[in-house]
Write a protein that binds this ligand. Structure first.
Ligand code: C2E
Ligand code: MG
Ligand code: MG
Ligand code: MG
Length: 283
């Protein structure tokens, strides 16, 4: 306060920290209206089969076109949305948007249409209405559950109460694919994996560094990825590698036996028509 010496006043009024707090507060306070005003949109990034290069699925990644701050990446607002609880409404909007997009692709590309893969926040996985929301959206949109995958992080799935697991089991029984996102970065109980209603592991991009180039290759990273792929296959799961940036990485992953890759090497996240160009090329 006013009488304090220079140093502690500085600490109290750290202008950068203050600006960050104000920005956080502003974003958080304006998010509900932004959702009403359609300021959010979804970019799509292909999941590509490593054997034949076909687009198997497409991940939906939300962005916020903010009137003042410009285009905001999810790292700027997803956590805030989790804190305020708006993530449930925002997540439902993303889910509906992605399912509508998947439906359009199904109409245009038939059996070549990719599934859409939608991220679920921890809070959504604990929402008692999750299963009925998903079922209602699929019904309304007219999309078969097989065209939808839900991505959850290890922390959203493991070591939690039984209810979220029950929900995942119900979704899985319905035919929705379940993927574990950023696999290898959390504290997975590997033995527990076999009891989970999971179809796919998405290996975290942080492991791709070691697969970057022949000379620069990190044998440990490579061994970890290769072990995860074997484990996943032993459990009957498919594996997608995230953050694939170079041809060398894609080639190593293919040799290791990884099923699919996602990353800048194949395609950046982008609008639906960028995905459509790829889909048309492979018809
Ligand atoms: P994620 O689900 O692991 O998504 C992959 C992230 O990696 C995306 O970041 C994507 O743009 C980025 N990426 C893709 N290819 C590459 C690459 O080759 N190299 C590198 N370095 N990065 C690559 P993005 O779009 O910024 O999303 C960040 C995170 O935000 C996502 O990570 C996900 O956890 C979260 N997120 C995005 N959309 C949603 C959503 O609708 N709901 C929820 N709950 N979370 C979301
Ligand atoms: Mg994801
Ligand atoms: Mg991920
Ligand atoms: Mg993530």
């Amino acid at each position: 306060w006013a009488k304090a010496d220079g140093k502690s006043r500085w600490a109290l009024y750290d202008p950068e920290r203050n600006a960050r707090e104000v920005a956080r507060f502003t974003l958080s306070a304006t998010m509900p209206a932004a959702l009403e005003r359609d300021e959010f949109y979804v970019d799509y990034q292909p999941l590509v089969g490593l054997h034949d290069g076909t687009v198997l699925g497409v991940e939906a990644l939300v962005r916020w076109q903010h009137p003042e701050f410009g285009r905001l990446a999810p790292d700027r607002f997803i956590e805030l949305a989790e804190e305020t609880g708006l993530i449930v409404a925002l997540g439902r909007w993303v889910l509906r948007t992605a399912c509508q997009q998947a439906r359009r692709w199904l109409d245009e590309f038939g059996k070549h249409a990719p599934f859409v893969s939608v991220n679920l926040a921890v809070r959504q996985s604990r929402d008692p209405d999750l299963v009925s929301d998903v079922r209602r959206i699929l019904d309304e949109v007219g999309l078969s559950p097989h065209h939808l995958q839900l991505e959850l992080t290890e922390s959203a799935i493991m070591g939690t109460a039984d209810e979220p697991l029950e929900a995942l089991r119900a979704l899985s029984d319905m035919g929705v694919r379940i993927a574990i996102d950023d696999f290898g970065t959390g504290y997975s109980n590997l033995a527990y994996l076999r009891h989970l209603p999971v179809h796919e592991l998405k290996v975290a991009g942080s492991f791709m560094e070691g697969l970057r180039a022949e000379e620069g290759a990190d044998p440990v990273d490579e061994q970890i990825v290769s072990t995860l792929v074997s484990l996943a296959h032993a459990l009957g799961l498919t594996v997608t590698a995230e953050g694939v940036e170079t041809p060398a990485q894609a080639e190593r992953l293919r040799t290791i036996g990884c099923d699919a890759g996602q990353g800048w090497f194949f395609a950046r996240p982008g609008p639906p028509d960028a995905v459509e160009r790829l889909l048309r090329d492979q018809l």
